[in-house]
Design a protein around this ligand. Structure first.
Ligand code: C5P
Length: 229
């Protein structure tokens, strides 16, 4: 095909973002972080007085913010109503609220439409796109050229997430046990929600990253994509 559309799904801490960005940069593809979009709409709701525990209020506000994602893997950007959201979307407040917001069907409908537009545009005008998330292979892009589902043991995922948090300036130390619990809680919420839960598509290639380095995962995904081109 002239362009390639790749869906990469899986729970948090499997190396999804690092892998997706690196693979896209290496192969000259566009990149879309769909988690950042759900985080951006969550941040907008938190800063605009929407009660994120009230699904009705979240649904009513779901169409209000304009979320814009850049698709350059070497410099991903995200804005909500023109405001740079790339910093605030990584705060613990947003991380704690995002699963509830992203479980609301009206939010998913709005963000899914956005994701399909971005993927179609990239497929039309570039070499293709890597889209990472939870429901890309199952719901957003069921016709993707390649679907990958990344997994890893809960211990490996908590350790990676803990390492990421510690690497951020201002963070003295991170409680690994608390990180592990928060991560498992978010995955349980994402996997059990009614609308478009985190799930492996029937035709996805599963890659267990527990004992692989990031470089090995990147290499593996690059090979899978090259086989499709
Ligand atoms: O990938 P990340 O951890 O940034 O995603 C944040 C949250 O966004 C997830 O925990 C999930 O609730 C939601 N999400 C989703 N569907 C996607 C991507 C993310 O529901 N495709």
């Amino acid at each position: 095909p002239a362009s390639v559309v790749v869906a990469i799904d899986g729970p948090s801490g499997t190396g999804k973002s690092s892998t997706s960005k690196a693979v896209a940069a290496k192969l000259g593809l566009s990149y879309l972080d769909t988690g950042a979009q759900y985080r951006a709409i969550t941040w907008w709701m938190l800063t605009n007085g929407v009660d994120v525990d009230d699904a009705g209020a979240v649904a009513a506000a779901s169409g209000k913010p304009v979320i814009v994602s850049g698709t350059d893997p070497s410099a991903p950007t995200i804005t909500a109503d023109g405001a740079d959201a790339s910093g605030p979307i990584r705060t613990p407040e947003v991380t704690a609220a995002v699963s509830a917001v992203s479980a609301v069907p009206e939010v998913r409908a709005a963000i899914t439409a956005l994701q399909r537009d971005i993927a179609a545009e990239a497929a039309r005008t570039t070499a293709g796109i890597v889209v990472e998330g939870r429901d890309i292979g199952t719901t957003v892009l069921p016709d993707a050229d390649l679907k990958i589902f990344l997994t890893a043991s809960p211990e490996a995922r908590a350790a990676r997430r803990g390492g990421e948090l510690k690497a951020r300036p201002g963070d003295a130390g991170v409680d690994l046990e608390a990180t592990r619990e928060a991560l498992l809680r978010r995955d349980a919420a994402d996997s059990s929600r009614k609308t478009s839960p985190l799930a492996k598509a029937g035709d996805a290639v599963e890659v267990d990253t527990t004992d692989l380095t990031l470089e090995q995962v990147i290499e593996c995904v690059v090979t899978l994509i090259e086989d499709k081109r």
